[in-house]
Design a protein around this ligand. Structure first.
Ligand SMILES: *Cc1c(COP(=O)(O)O)cnc(C)c1O
Length: 217
């Protein structure tokens, strides 16, 4: 597949859902991909990327930023508190705010650094024990807690269980966001981004459909 094909599928899905053209942002998930593939997508003019590890992002994005203007990188993977400072300096947005301890650390660092990336709260919509994210029943209270800390919470993020209909999880995320007056929804990956757009996604995170399969070997 390719970047232009994914963009046209996004445009079609926006239209089918009666949404404005350009209302969905494409986060090209570049984790594990060889630099040549990332460079090719940068050369096509794309500037918004997603990474799931702080260390990996720190190893490649400073160089790309030096070569290309306007690069925007979002952290979409779990964040340990001891890497929070580095993450706040590396990313324009963090999609994985998922627990009070991390929220308090980010708030303290935001004071100290004088800036904070845009933040998304990750919700564990499938209530999977092995998965990060605040539980749906605890989401309202956690959002309020983050707001009381003056954190720039822009929206919610979820990763649905692999074996369940993702639309149900996207709809749940949308409902939690709506009742908390949050407008941004980070949901949908290579296999289900059109369903996510139908349910109101504002940010889709697409990796393998753009870059090809990840080679973890
Ligand atoms: C890797 C990853 C993606 C992209 O997955 P694809 O199936 O390759 O599109 C999206 N979101 C998160 C949180 C990821 O870790």
């Amino acid at each position: 597949m390719s970047l232009s094909l994914i963009k046209s599928r996004i445009a079609k899905a926006e239209a089918a859902a009666g949404r404005a053209p350009g209302s969905v942002q494409l986060i090209a998930v570049s984790k594990v991909q060889p630099n040549e593939r990332v460079q090719a997508v940068l050369d096509e003019g794309h500037r918004l990327f997603g990474e799931n590890k702080v260390q990996e992002a720190a190893g490649k994005w400073p160089d790309f930023r030096a070569q290309y203007a306007g690069v925007n990188v979002h952290l979409i993977g779990p964040l340990q508190t001891n890497k929070a400072r580095q993450a706040m300096q590396l990313f324009e947005a963090i999609h994985s705010v998922d627990r009070p301890k991390l929220a308090h650390t980010l708030a303290r660092l935001a004071q100290e650094l004088g800036h904070c990336p845009d933040l998304f709260i990750q919700v564990n919509t499938g209530e999977e024990p092995q998965k990060a994210g605040i539980l749906p029943t605890e989401a309202d209270a956690f959002i309020a807690e983050c707001r009381a800390l003056d954190l720039p919470i822009r929206g919610l993020m979820c990763i649905p269980p692999v074996d369940e209909e993702s639309s149900l999880h996207f709809a749940l995320l949308r409902k939690i966001a709506a009742r908390n007056d949050l407008t941004q929804l980070s949901m949908g990956m290579s296999d289900d981004f059109e369903k996510a757009i139908a349910q109101g996604a504002t940010h889709v995170r697409v990796g393998s459909a753009i870059f090809g399969a990840r080679d973890y070997a």
